[in-house]
Ligand binder design. Structure first.
Ligand SMILES: [Fe+2]
Length: 294
């Protein structure tokens, strides 16, 4: 169901929405699990219906094709994700994009084009419809390639060797109290990143957004009366080392073994049994190439 044309769209635009094989009954169960977890705040791995979603073979198959890998495993098993209804007045689109646009992953174009791909496969599974006004995520198609090309150009070899890593960055101006300061994503051409026109990632219930968050994207205010409901996982090719900030790395190392203990034995391989692949990568020490004078 994840076609070659969709893979090509991911490579060119940094995002593609694909169908999934889940039935209405399965989606109802998954959405009910999402509702329960949100209501009682339990750990996601305690809910068998959530486990059924995360261990469904389809996500693993999509990740393998996306990452051009024989074997993949979870990088992160996201908790149920909510984009709650916002109260008016709503900020205008320009301001939402200018203040919210960012990247989460730092990697070079060589990382992205390698086999297996040295990138995180981020799969957002939508449990209800995502029309534009229900806080549909905004993305800037193609920005992932320009930005990864920039990292290919400017980063020192010893820093390239420490990619891919989760490293949230945004275009200038970066607030002085932000963890990334003074790092930023320089403008490339006109108009500046913050003045470009992003597109909403709309979807039907049961579809999956395949995202490369090395490109610019932004959360968006939900102007609907119901929340946007998602479950997400992210995956990496087996044997590809990845960096995470200390707090996120600690959380993954606490979460994944608990998740693994709940999986059916024939699905346990989707959670790695060690963390040799997961190195610590923080905002300190700074890499000077990430805040060159523009
Ligand atoms: Fe993000």
């Amino acid at each position: 169901m994840f076609t070659d044309a969709q893979l090509a769209q991911y490579e060119e635009q940094g995002a593609v929405t694909i169908d999934s094989p889940f039935t209405t009954e399965q989606l109802d169960r998954a959405e009910a699990a999402w509702d329960r977890l949100k209501k009682n705040g339990d750990e996601p791995y305690e809910d068998p219906d959530y486990i059924e979603v995360i261990q469904h073979p389809y996500f693993e198959e999509v990740a393998k094709k996306l990452l051009r890998a024989q074997a993949v495993h979870l990088w992160w098993g996201l908790a149920p994700h909510e984009r709650a209804s916002a109260k008016p007045p709503y900020a205008n689109s320009r301001d939402q994009w200018a203040s919210g646009c960012h990247v989460d992953i730092q990697a070079t174009l060589e990382d992205f084009e390698a086999t297996p791909r040295r990138m995180r496969a981020e799969l957002w599974f939508w449990l209800n419809d995502v029309p534009t006004h229900r806080g549909a995520m905004r993305i800037l198609p193609g920005s992932h390639r320009s930005i990864m090309e920039h990292w290919s150009r400017v980063l020192q070899p010893e820093h390239k060797a420490q990619l891919p890593r989760v490293h949230g960055l945004r275009p200038a101006p970066v607030p002085e109290n932000a963890a990334a300061f003074p790092e930023y994503i320089p403008d490339m051409g006109v108009p500046p990143w913050t003045e470009r026109e992003p597109i909403p990632v709309v979807a039907r219930r049961g579809q999956i957004l395949v995202l490369c968050s090395a490109g610019l994207h932004s959360a968006w205010q939900n102007e609907d009366t119901v929340p946007r409901k998602a479950m997400g996982t992210s995956w990496v090719a087996t044997g590809v080392p990845c960096g995470l900030p200390k707090n996120q790395r600690d959380a993954v190392m606490a979460f994944l073994p608990k998740l693994r203990s709940k999986l059916r034995s024939e699905r346990a391989h989707i959670v790695p049994d060690n963390f040799d692949w997961l190195f610590e990568s923080n905002y300190q020490p700074k890499w000077a190439e990430t805040f060159l004078p523009s």
